[in-house]
Design a protein around this ligand. Structure first.
Ligand code: ADP
Ligand code: MG
Length: 443
């Protein structure tokens, strides 16, 4: 066993196996003289990387062993004199950045409008908001990874930008990588094809904060998942902050490797549901303010009542109203709004949850109040779940909003009920016909 082998054994006990295998398994000592050893590594960037991230570990081991003072890393193709610039000395005083000029780092650009200040907080997004703020206060320590999930147009990308903004203002030296999972995949594919994996890895494994949007698109992308897995481990091991957004829970992303799924759940999972009426109104007011438009309350209420599931659409509706008003040089009136938003009209516009609840209660010969009680007897549970299902399919209400119509039930109870009925409809044709008859008669 030579000195380097001895150092490696000690190192293997201190760093994660995956990192050890990746960075040290293929290195060998080739030379030793007067307390200095020379070690061969497969590629030059290994020397950069080791020097940058494992210097402290190696220095500690050198101090303990007291046989070697210096390690020189070289590649097989370079002679030892040429390699002197890399990893020459492991001394604490050496400035890391001087030894690693090769790492190119693009500063991401964050959308000026997507800040925490411009994000309207309400009960359905406050966890995602609060955890995002927490991440900016202590990156890498409080919640890692932070996994934000929710339907489209609900503010996931907005929060990722807000985190990036905040961090880049707070810590000017922080290396923040921000990209969509799709961009990660495309860059990875190009790197493989052009044999530039070393540069790709240096970019993403050297950042202090990694923000990846729409991670669900990695579903079924085996090679990219593998690469992302290694990137994740590398960063996580060094307590670098990782924030991911997705349209669904880790366990619901199809064809996502188990090991990634578990890692995504290691920190905190924060969901975003569609905002409730008051928040939708506040969002409209905030956006109108940006446009320097005075939005009358009744107009905000009207738009917010029409569009319930998606903030992007809500914004789109407002923009459309503003554009139509400007184009025709008119004030924003209810008539103008109605005209501009025709495309959003809905056949079931006047159908309310109470109408549905009343109808189902009548059918099952119980009082509507019983469907809202905390009673879980079999005679009430099925009609309640049917009514919840009908609210979900016949009205644009969100799960939390439906929950409130059923005596303040939690949105997860509604989700559970709706799913139960969906399954029963699939499995039981007779039940399916019954539900169809409800849909027709209630309308
Ligand atoms: P997602 O990434 O979830 O699909 P985005 O972050 O792109 O959604 O949001 C869509 C639009 O809605 C953006 O313009 C964003 O600013 C806006 N938005 C979403 N949620 C909020 C909120 N709570 N407050 C203010 N604007 C919001
Ligand atoms: Mg998005």
């Amino acid at each position: 066993m030579d000195t380097w082998d001895l150092i490696k054994t000690k190192l293997a006990d201190r760093i994660p196996t995956e990192s050890f295998n990746e960075w040290f398994a293929d290195s060998q000592q080739v030379f030793s003289e007067n307390g200095k050893i020379t070690v061969h590594v497969p590629e030059t960037y290994f020397a950069d990387f080791i020097n940058r991230y494992y210097k402290t570990f190696l220095q500690q081991i050198l101090d303990e062993l007291k046989i070697t003072k210096e390690i020189d890393f070289t590649t097989k193709s370079t002679s030892s004199s040429q390699s002197a610039s890399i990893g020459k000395e492991f001394s604490h005083s050496q400035d890391i950045s001087e030894t690693t000029p090769k790492i190119r780092f693009k500063k991401p650009r964050f959308n000026e409008n997507y800040t925490f200040g411009n994000f309207v907080v309400g009960p359905t997004n406050e966890l995602a908001y609060a955890t995002s703020i927490a991440v900016t206060e202590k990156p890498g320590y409080t919640y890692n990874p932070l996994f934000i999930y929710g339907g489209t147009g609900l503010g996931k990308t907005h929060l990722l930008h807000a985190i990036g903004h905040q961090l880049s203002h707070q810590y000017t030296d922080l290396r923040i990588a921000f990209l969509s999972a799709e961009a990660f995949m495309n860059e990875y594919i190009v790197a493989v094809r052009t044999k530039k994996m070393d540069q790709f890895r240096l970019n993403y494994r050297n950042c202090d904060v990694l923000l990846v949007d729409d991670i669900h698109i990695l579903a079924g992308k085996v090679g990219t998942q593998e690469e992302f897995f290694n990137t994740f481990n590398e960063l996580f091991d060094r307590q670098k902050q990782i924030v991911l957004s997705s349209d669904s829970l880790p366990k619901d992303i199809s064809r996502l490797e188990e090991r990634l799924m578990t890692r995504f759940s290691w920190g905190i999972i924060a969901d975003i549901q569609p905002p409730e009426l008051e928040v939708r109104i506040a969002i409209l007011q905030k956006k109108a303010e940006k446009h320097k438009i005075q939005l009358p309350d009744d107009i905000a209420l009207f738009i917010a009542k029409k569009i319930r599931q998606n903030v992007r659409e809500l914004e789109g509706a407002l923009n459309k109203v503003i554009a139509v008003a400007k184009l025709n040089d008119k004030k924003i009136t209810p008539a103008l709004v109605k005209k501009s938003l025709q495309i959003y009209s809905n056949d079931n516009e006047n159908l309310t949850p109470d109408t549905i609840i009343q109808y189902i209660a009548d059918f099952y010969k119980i009082t509507p109040g019983r469907l809202k009680e905390k009673n879980n007897s079999a005679s009430v549970v099925l009609p309640r779940q049917i009514a919840m299902y009908l609210c979900k399919t016949l009205t644009p209400l969100s799960y939390p909003e439906i929950g409130r119509c059923f005596g303040k039930k939690h949105h997860t109870t509604v989700i559970y009920g709706v799913e139960k009925i969906r399954k029963k409809i699939k499995d039981d044709p007779k039940f399916n016909r019954l539900i169809d008859s409800f849909k027709i008669s209630i309308k």
